[in-house]
Design a protein around this ligand. Structure first.
Ligand code: BGC
Length: 392
């Protein structure tokens, strides 16, 4: 090692020692200053992120790999950002593990990401890394789920979340002809995870349509679980929904024949619907006796169940559209151009400028009079799935 190299090494060691000391003296909620990665020109060969010559560095933080949609969202986002010339760091928060996601976003800030796109496991859990991101001038996009209690959120890209619930409630209203029928019809409710603000919007949209019928007695909920807190499903987990449905079946003497008749189950999404369907099938329900079951996402397993007559509908949110919208947003931000938004969502601290994409109903055969698309048109013809994807 020559003298110049030795001096450079010594300088680098001192610099790193200083930056580690600076990091370790920070408290958890103290904003992190500028990225600690050494500037490109002085950095030796390390694991540090490669220099970004043209595009920007984009961090993508998805909640879990255990539900189909987030794998898809992650893939589409990565694909779209890379196609736009950016470098992507895609991370999943383990299996809905909040500390893992917090650490990943912290790391993205430390790595000097220019933009971070986040679908939070728990919308309120990321205030500290978001404050650090804001201090470092990083653009934060709240993806599909709203980031709560933070002033660091630049934009929110999502689907019209209340409309998702309205579509589910209206589907049940149409299928049971609630406007004209006397009933009473028995219904049960399965909502989403309380840490996900979407879950409240979905439930609100559905209950707003169905509440008048619950009030008039045309609809009855034998378990009494008509409040969000009673119907919530931790982590949106299928097994949790399944065991709650099993309890509801036994406690209310529901049976496919000869017991309490179950007419409808309002499930906020496909993972909860899948758990409910599994419980019903195990207890003897078949395609001929299944109640109306709603869902959301058009997950492959649920489309297979729809084709088998075990689920009535799913709200389709084309995640390709959402990913493309996020890239459009980020491109406008980076170019200093106007960012197109359609509304705002209050997050407890600020009103977040938001672009809402439009969800729609998919059923096996579709119904143009009611605005439902068929599996063939929405999912196959559009290239969202191949035939093999949705063949059981
Ligand atoms: C998403 C839904 C999804 C649910 C569970 C929600 O935030 O909007 O599409 O089904 O999370 O992953």
């Amino acid at each position: 090692m020559n003298k110049t190299k030795r001096i450079l090494c010594l300088a680098l060691v001192l610099m790193l020692a200083f930056s580690f000391a600076a990091c370790s003296s920070k408290t958890a909620d103290e904003p992190t200053a500028a990225p600690t990665v050494a500037p490109e020109t002085t950095a030796p060969e390390t694991d540090a992120p490669p220099p970004v010559d043209e595009g920007k560095r984009v961090g993508i933080s998805m909640p879990t790999q255990s539900l189909q949609r987030w794998n898809q969202d992650g893939d589409y986002l990565k694909q779209e950002f890379e196609a736009a010339g950016h470098t992507v760091d895609l991370q999943y928060g383990g299996d809905n593990d909040v500390p893992t996601q917090v650490a990943q976003v912290d790391q993205m800030v430390a790595d000097g990401c220019d933009v971070i796109v986040i679908a939070a496991i728990d919308g309120s859990s990321l205030s500290a890394p978001l404050a650090a991101a804001k201090a470092a001038g990083i653009t934060i996009i709240s993806y599909d789920r709203l980031l709560l209690n933070s002033d660091a959120v630049d934009y929110y890209a999502t689907f019209n979340n209340v409309k998702v619930g309205t579509l589910q409630g209206t589907y049940i209203e149409n299928a049971l002809d609630l406007k004209n029928a006397e009933g009473p019809f028995n219904i049960e409710f399965f909502a989403g995870d309380p840490g996900d603000s979407n879950a409240g919007y979905f439930f609100q949209g559905a209950i707003d349509v169905l509440k008048p019928y619950l009030d008039s007695g045309v609809l009855v909920c034998p378990s009494g679980g008509t409040e969000f807190s009673q119907a919530a499903t931790a982590d949106w987990n299928s097994a949790n929904a399944q065991s709650r449905m099993e309890n509801i079946i036994s406690q209310n003497s529901y049976a496919p024949s000869g017991g309490t008749k179950l007419d409808a189950v309002m499930c906020s999404n496909d993972s909860t619907a899948f758990g409910v369907e599994t419980a019903l099938v195990a207890a003897g329900w078949t395609k001929d006796t299944m109640p109306i079951v709603t869902g959301q996402d058009c997950d492959k397993a649920n489309v297979i169940n729809m084709k088998a007559g075990l689920q009535s509908m799913s709200v389709f949110k084309d995640t390709r559209t959402l990913a493309a919208r996020v890239v459009t947003m980020v491109t406008a931000i980076l170019e200093g151009a106007a960012v197109e938004t359609t509304t705002t969502y209050p997050n407890g601290t600020m009103d977040v400028p938001t672009f809402e994409c439009d969800p729609g109903v998919v059923t096996v055969d579709g119904d143009s009079a009611l605005g439902y698309q068929s599996v063939q048109v929405a999912l196959l013809d559009s290239g969202y799935y191949s035939e093999a994807d949705i063949t059981g």
